[in-house]
Design a protein around this ligand. Structure first.
Ligand code: EPZ
Length: 416
């Protein structure tokens, strides 16, 4: 069990480079099994979720090699078209192995996926999208059996712009002769990054990052190398950290356009933010004013993956904030832990009403999911005294050595 220990009260000063995006790397790793030969993922950050995904690839026959921050994936000996329960249960991203396995093997079997316990996490949109490509799907005894021998290109309209379902349909249609069009596709930057990876390997996809994606089927995908985009959620987490603890920080390897909703809110709260080509400089020298209303939306709206971190910021703001979580029904688990630290929060249906207090107090708290755990670290930055965060392995799923990043920003944090 991992525990983090933070002494609150320091201003943030310094610079840190943002690592490549977990939610870009995961679908790219899944897609790599459709490529002949060897794929090199440059700066493939080894988050816990990424390591679990690499174990899945290894289990179905990929040869994985590491060279410093780069990962090589050889796909010549792929021999299995099903994912073991122990792996499926560990990461949500196991579900978007369906598309690549259907493209490669014309069949697939996976157990229902695991991942953060932030809601029911249904997969109906994935299965409906694949059925529109004429995949025969049976669900029995907790497994999903897919028969893709008669897959055909088609027009696929998603009832909701699901990130994973968009990725699955994109990858399942790669080799289908003709044109597949996805309407109401997710617009998250990680979708465009997946498109750019696949096109670099020989695919013909357009519209990634918009709500209409067109895939022209090709014969095969080739070997190649690719560097995933920067992690916008990690960058956003550290920007919120600076608004919490105040100070002056510089984040490099950042794509500011991927965080415009957050940046606009932080500026309105009183922070000064300078956006450069692949860098953000942030200055905050006073207690921020509350953001009256925050509603999580699909991209480019306010991201659900920054909701907990923003909620924590509001606990010490001047004023009251109403935060509504529209995507995941149990993404307020952090609230009970924040109440132990002196926050003033009440939950009403899908909303948290947060009244800013002048001080939080150190406590022993427990992380229950990835982004909630990151939020507890932010609370510890400003809490009076010491805060310990147990079950920090949740945080390691999406932040690589978060304590080393934060130490570069002058935070007094260590892993016990
Ligand atoms: C991806 O999850 C991300 N994970 C999540 O990040 C992120 O919160 C989410 O997109 C939204 O941006 C990865 O990319 C690995 P969705 P995903 O399908 O694909 C509903 C993190 O912290 N839905 O876009 O699972 C669903 O319940 C993680 O890094 C269905 O109803 O998200 C939710 O309400 C957490 N049926 C909404 O759609 C389905 O078949 C958005 O889910 C699929 C989804």
């Amino acid at each position: 069990m991992e525990t983090l220990f933070i002494k609150g009260g320091r201003r943030l000063e310094g610079s840190v480079e943002i690592s490549t995006a977990k939610n870009a790397i995961l679908p790219i790793l899944a897609a790599s099994i459709m490529c002949d030969g060897c794929v090199k993922i440059i700066k493939c950050t080894r988050y816990l979720d990424v390591d679990n995904m690499l174990k899945i690839l290894e289990d179905i026959g990929c040869e994985i090699a590491f060279d410093k921050d780069d990962v090589y994936i050889k796909t010549g000996n792929l021999h299995k078209s099903y994912i073991k329960d122990e792996f499926s249960k560990k990461v949500r991203s196991s579900i978007f192995m369906l598309g690549p396995m259907l493209s490669r093997f014309k069949c697939a079997k996976v157990a229902y996926p695991g991942g953060c316990n932030i809601g029911s996490r249904p997969i109906d949109l994935h299965l409906k999208g694949l059925r529109m490509l004429n995949v025969k799907i049976e669900e029995r005894h907790g497994y999903i059996y897919c028969d893709g021998r008669n897959m055909k290109p088609n027009i696929v309209h998603l009832d909701f712009p699901s990130v994973g379902a968009t990725e699955n349909v994109m990858m399942a249609s790669i080799f289908l002769k003709g044109f597949t069009t996805i309407y109401n596709a997710a617009c998250e930057p990680e979708i465009e990054d997946l498109q750019n990876f696949l096109n670099a390997m020989g695919a013909k996809i357009s519209g990634g990052g918009t709500s209409t994606i067109v895939v022209e089927g090709v014969e095969r995908l080739y070997s190649g190398e690719y560097t995933p985009i920067s992690d916008r959620i990690i960058a956003g987490t550290y920007m919120i950290a600076c608004a919490m603890a105040q100070g002056n920080i510089r984040l490099t390897n950042v794509i500011p356009e991927h965080n415009l909703s957050l940046i606009s809110n932080l500026k309105q709260s009183g922070c000064r933010i300078k956006m450069l080509t692949n860098e953000v400089q942030m200055f905050c020298n006073k207690r921020i004013s509350a953001v009256p209303k925050i509603e999580t939306q699909v991209f480019p709206g306010f991201p659900t993956d920054l909701q907990n971190q923003m909620l924590v910021l509001q606990t010490i703001s001047r004023g009251t904030s109403i935060i509504t979580e529209n995507l995941f029904e149990t993404r307020f688990k952090i609230v009970n832990e924040l109440l132990k630290m002196g926050a003033d929060i009440t939950i009403h249906n899908k909303s948290a009403i947060v009244r800013g207090v002048s001080q939080l107090y150190g406590a022993n708290v427990t992380a229950s999911d990835l982004r909630g755990g990151a939020g507890l670290i932010l609370a510890g930055l400003v809490a009076q005294g010491y805060t310990t965060i147990s079950e920090a392995e949740h945080i390691d799923r999406g932040y690589k050595n978060i304590e080393s990043d934060l130490c570069k920003l002058n935070v007094d944090i260590k892993r016990l």
